[in-house]
Design a protein around this ligand. Structure first.
Ligand code: FUL
Length: 691
């Protein structure tokens, strides 16, 4: 057995083990062990399931009766199965959302599952999920909303004790927790034990975060804590599903707290940050975080989900995808199917690493050692890396395939336990006897994936152009991902003319305008001025492959509508011009009522309305609380609905309000409160839903 021992020993010596070349010194803030474990997870699920699921809300007010919580066939094992099959590594559950209802029988409140009809008050969703996660080899994470619109003492010291007691319960009774989610949305109007008032808190100091966090540190030393400020994982600053192309794991974390106003800095982080606080991209598979039956056909397209994957994991962040569990207590079939398809695409995109077997050569290897040579980027071991001599902060690594190779993905990882170093890098291919640039980028971090159109070359050169210290590159992978056909875009102008646009040339487009499968060949714009669905699909006639089917819901067109009561405001037309990017802002005197009245031209039977807030950089005028009234004659008005557009600041998607049918020719839409209490009202698009 030991006959070949000397040869084996020589091999080991050469290949690394006893190569005593010292590694470079680390630089700046470094990840902790628990953060490294978290980096490795990459893709995991959020589950928003709670009282809101049953009240069809995004933010419950806090006065909801526990009687309403009653899933008919709750099955956390189904959630775990769906997530596991999709390659996810854990699930984070909203144990308590802003409305204060607890999914576990907390000893500190009556506002929990114990007073619900579900399992006669004997159930515990957190327990069921913890068990299911264990069974399926997934990690468990918990979201405990700091804001509690139910609790009578919210805003004073007693609530803080309550919050901490709940945190202790969750951190003690459900086994190991990998992540604790501290939401930045807090303070505002609520039920508060019947007070029904507005309670603002000092977000920075009220929760005494240093001591509150300590509870998690002591009871769950391996758990990372999420918030705008970390301390372990930071919010990425948007709920649309993207991290900055430049993305530092570093943050001047002392400048932040949950709900701090400088969140626009979060997608990028700080190059000179003094703490390691990497970004997590949280995004929902549907427009809202909670389940709403009206969003059953608004599950994100495969193309969008794939883009989010590349814009999160591919940009040095993790991907936390929310699955709104429905009223049965199950992940809806459509969402599960979409997740399955996403996983298939990702598996296919990264199926064959073309770098395997290639030759690599680096411009500089630290002390010419074996331990840090260029082979380390292709050995499949994250813990080994290529690095250069100290003070050499640029360098190249040539990858020679030995034959012409076509590819369109480039994956690179820094060895971050030594700090995030690379500030700028580029990629070149050897073509026509010279090196030609295909991409230039900034940061790498834990993982960076570049996407580009197919290129064919026998050699690729990866250049570090600027780095804080000698680069430490752990992994390079190269792939050729199959083409993903994008569903076409369906657009309708205010005259009712529908145009369908494919994203690639040479594709055939088929459509339908009666809700059936799209089978009519599209060759020119057509008229569709009524209410209904238009569906469209792109087909590659050579391969026979089809895209997903795109669906757009339309209601009556706005051709005969007019805004009444305003003088000469040219931008009024933006309110219903069908362009999401154009915005009307009430620019008349600040004393003017923040409202708009519209004449629909004729009496319609209305069952709801839609409001799209500004989709542009300035969110000024976004409505947080609204009222809606109708009239048949323009004189006698009936109030139909008032309410809150919950979470519209973080997630500025189209809001839909449904009511019992009412005849109306005139409507009045008013802003009762702007997101930042500014005296301005803005509308990107407004629409009505007819019966
Ligand atoms: C936000 C919350 O207000 C939303 O309701 C949701 O929970 C999201 C993940 O975070 O801040």
């Amino acid at each position: 057995m030991f006959r070949n021992a000397p040869i084996f020993l020589a091999f080991v010596l050469l290949s690394s083990g006893c190569d005593k070349t010292p590694p470079p010194l680390s630089i700046g803030a470094l990840p902790t062990e628990r953060q490294m474990k978290w980096h490795e997870m990459q893709f995991y699920a959020f589950v928003h399931f709670n009282m809101n699921t049953f009240t069809d809300m995004e933010w419950g007010l806090g006065g909801e009766s526990p009687e309403l919580f009653n899933p008919s066939e709750l099955d956390c094992r189904q959630w775990a199965r769906v997530c596991k099959d999709a390659g996810m590594k854990g699930i984070i559950l909203t144990a308590k959302h802003h409305d204060g209802f607890c999914l576990w029988p907390s000893a500190f409140t009556e506002h929990s599952v114990k007073n619900s009809p579900w399992k006669n008050g004997q159930g515990d969703v957190v327990r069921e999920l913890a068990d299911a996660c264990k069974e399926y080899g997934l990690k468990l994470g918990l979201y405990l909303s700091p804001w509690d619109r139910n609790h009578p003492e919210y805003g004073n010291e007693k609530y803080l004790d309550y919050y901490r007691n709940q945190l202790r319960e969750l951190m003690t009774n459900y086994g190991e927790v990998f992540e604790v989610w501290f939401d930045g949305a807090n303070g505002g109007t609520g039920f508060y034990g019947g007070a029904n008032e507005n309670r603002r808190v000092d977000r920075k100091n009220y929760y005494d975060w240093p001591n509150t966090r300590q509870i998690v540190r002591v009871l769950q030393p391996n758990a990372v804590m999420f918030s705008d400020a970390g301390p372990d994982v930071r919010w990425v600053g948007n709920e649309q599903g993207w991290a900055g192309e430049t993305n530092w794991c570093l943050l001047r974390a002392n400048e932040f707290y949950p709900g701090s106003p400088n969140w626009r800095e979060l997608p990028v982080g700080h190059e000179d940050g003094t703490y390691w606080v990497p970004a997590e991209v949280d995004v929902s598979i549907r427009p809202g975080w909670f389940y709403h039956p009206s969003e059953d056909h608004r599950v994100k397209s495969l193309k969008t989900l794939v883009d989010i994957y590349y814009n999160s994991i591919g940009r040095n962040a993790s991907f936390l995808l929310n699955l709104p569990v429905d009223r049965r207590g199950l992940i809806h079939e459509t969402d599960a199917e979409q997740l399955r398809k996403l996983n298939l695409v990702i598996q296919r995109d990264f199926e064959k690493n073309l770098i395997k077997g290639a030759n690599t050569q680096a411009s500089n290897v630290r002390k010419q050692s074996v331990r840090f040579n260029s082979k380390k980027v292709i050995d499949g071991d994250y813990n080994t890396y290529w690095t250069t001599d100290d003070f050499v902060t640029t360098g190249s690594l040539v990858i020679d395939f030995g034959k012409k190779t076509t590819f369109n993905r480039f994956l690179v990882q820094e060895y971050v336990p030594l700090g995030q170093r690379v500030e700028r890098f580029s990629l070149e291919i050897y073509q026509d006897g010279k090196w030609q640039a295909i991409m230039g980028q900034t940061t790498i971090g834990y993982k960076r994936i570049l996407r580009f159109d197919d290129v064919t070359a026998s050699k690729v050169r990866f250049n570090v152009l600027q780095s804080k210290a000698c680069p430490a590159i752990s992994t390079i992978e190269i792939y050729r991902a199959p083409k993903l056909l994008e569903p076409p875009a369906i657009l309708r102008d205010k005259y009712g003319t529908v145009t369908i646009e494919g994203f690639d040339t040479g594709l055939q487009i088929k459509y339908s305008d009666d809700g059936t499968e799209p089978t009519k060949v599209y060759d020119e714009p057509f008229e569709f001025s009524g209410k209904g669905h238009v569906k469209a699909v792109a087909i590659d006639t050579v391969s026979g492959e089809s895209s997903e089917i795109a669906v757009r819901d339309f209601d009556i067109i706005s051709l005969n509508w007019s805004v009444i009561g305003y003088k000469s405001d040219n931008s009024l037309k933006f309110i219903f011009d069908t362009f999401a990017q154009s915005v009307w802002r009430n620019t008349e005197s600040l004393n003017t009522a923040q409202e708009v009245s519209i004449d629909l031209g004729s009496v319609q039977l209305l069952v709801g309305f839609t409001y799209l807030p500004p989709q542009v950089a300035s969110l000024d005028g976004t409505i947080a609380e609204y009222s809606f009234a109708v009239s048949e004659n323009g004189k006698d008005w009936t109030d139909i609905s008032t309410g809150e557009f919950s979470n519209i600041k973080n997630n500025p998607v189209q809001q839909t309000v449904i009511f019992t049918k009412v005849p109306a020719r005139y409507i009045r839409f008013a802003s009762l409160r702007e997101i930042n209490d500014k005296p301005v009202m803005a509308i990107a698009e407004f629409g009505v839903l007819t019966y």
